[in-house]
Design a protein around this ligand. Structure first.
Ligand code: ATP
Ligand code: MG
Length: 320
């Protein structure tokens, strides 16, 4: 059975991009028997802002979103990066295995620097893909279910694993990225990736009314006739796509049904589809209590520490 690792930054609630981009794959693989590790990437919050805000609240919110989406709390290892010091000790030798030029070429980091609006770029922003390599390699993950923005980071992780093994002997598994059919869901602006930090997301935990308000505010275009043409009509097509994902249907069929109904009808369909789809997830979330969320994190931190200490001992032995 494969070992799976994925993670999210505790910067806010998970959204539909997470669900269709990676969370659905995590749930499916766990049901098939995979050993699932989920990282709450708390240090990574500091890449594009000076201070990490409400970390514990957001971390517990992530755990609630995972369990609501169907992850089994009895079988998953959910842990916080900051609770596993061996991860940072792994980062040091890993940094020696990549060049400054390789780090500088990373298109996702470049885009995040642009979006952050920060006057200067920190060393952490520049090196976090290496830090992330330690988060993935410590548990010898075989598979990493991610969205498309993560592919450049996955390449750095694979490079580090290969170079370490060549230089010091075989310690690490070279992991594969697993993209879903929806590796890049756009936000309600129809322009950028749906992101917690960009204010363009529908959170899994949003209420039906909030969802309706967000969808009504989504960007569309002037053509009343609704079609699914992602290349030429990104805003309208993204809304059609969200409805299609939630209904498990073909986007062209949904667009054809709406036809000349215009943006108002399209938005109504999206609101109903999303609210229907999220109903069971929201209901499960409402039943979770904080005690359980904390116990899941405590248990996950403990197991992640044990696994990371073991890997660090192997690394030390290989490098001795
Ligand atoms: P932030 O804005 O704080 O960076 P985010 O919304 O980008 O938040 P992350 O925690 O950075 O979320 O990403 C967690 C995982 O979810 C990654 O594997 C990422 O590829 C995936 N993901 C995030 N947004 C989307 C999206 N819109 N479509 C598909 N996958 C996504
Ligand atoms: Mg992100």
């Amino acid at each position: 059975m494969p070992t799976i690792l994925t993670g999210d930054r505790p910067t806010g609630p998970l959204h539909l991009g997470h669900y269709f981009g990676t969370l659905a794959n995590r749930v499916r693989l766990q049901r098939e028997g995979a050993d699932l590790f989920v990282l709450v990437a708390d240090y990574q919050v500091l890449t594009d802002r000076d201070v990490a805000d409400r970390l514990t609240e957001h971390a517990e919110g992530l755990v609630a979103d995972y369990l609501a989406a169907g992850i089994d709390p009895g079988a998953v290892t959910i842990f916080r990066h900051s609770a596993v010091p061996a991860l940072n000790q792994l980062m040091l030798p890993f940094l020696s295995l990549v060049s400054v030029a390789e780090l500088g070429r990373n298109p996702t980091v470049k885009e995040e620097i642009g979006a952050s609006g920060q006057a200067s770029v920190s060393g952490l922003m520049f090196t976090y893909p290496v830090h992330q390599a330690a988060d993935i390699l410590f548990c010898k993950a075989d598979l990493v279910p991610v969205g498309k923005d993560q592919l450049p980071h996955q390449e750095i992780t694979r490079t580090i694993a290969r170079r370490f093994n060549e230089r010091y002997g075989p310690v690490f598994t070279v992991p594969e990225a697993l993209l879903s059919d929806t590796p890049h869901l756009l936000g309600l602006d129809g322009r950028a990736k749906m992101s917690k930090s960009r204010g363009n997301a529908i959170a899994l935990s949003a209420t039906p009314d909030e969802t309706a308000r967000l969808v009504r505010g989504a960007r569309t275009d002037a053509d009343r006739h609704i079609t699914y043409e992602p290349e030429t009509r990104p805003e309208v097509s993204n809304l059609v796509r969200i409805a299609a994902l939630c209904q498990g249907r073909d986007p062209h069929a949904i667009a054809a049904e709406i036809g000349n109904g215009g943006a108002a009808r399209l938005k109504q369909v999206v609101i109903e589809s999303v609210n229907e789809f999220l109903r069971p997830i929201r209901a499960r979330r409402a039943e979770l209590d904080r005690g359980l969320l904390r116990r899941v994190l405590d248990k996950g931190n403990e197991r992640a520490n044990a696994v990371a200490d073991r890997t660090l001992a192997e690394v030390r032995a290989a490098m001795a």
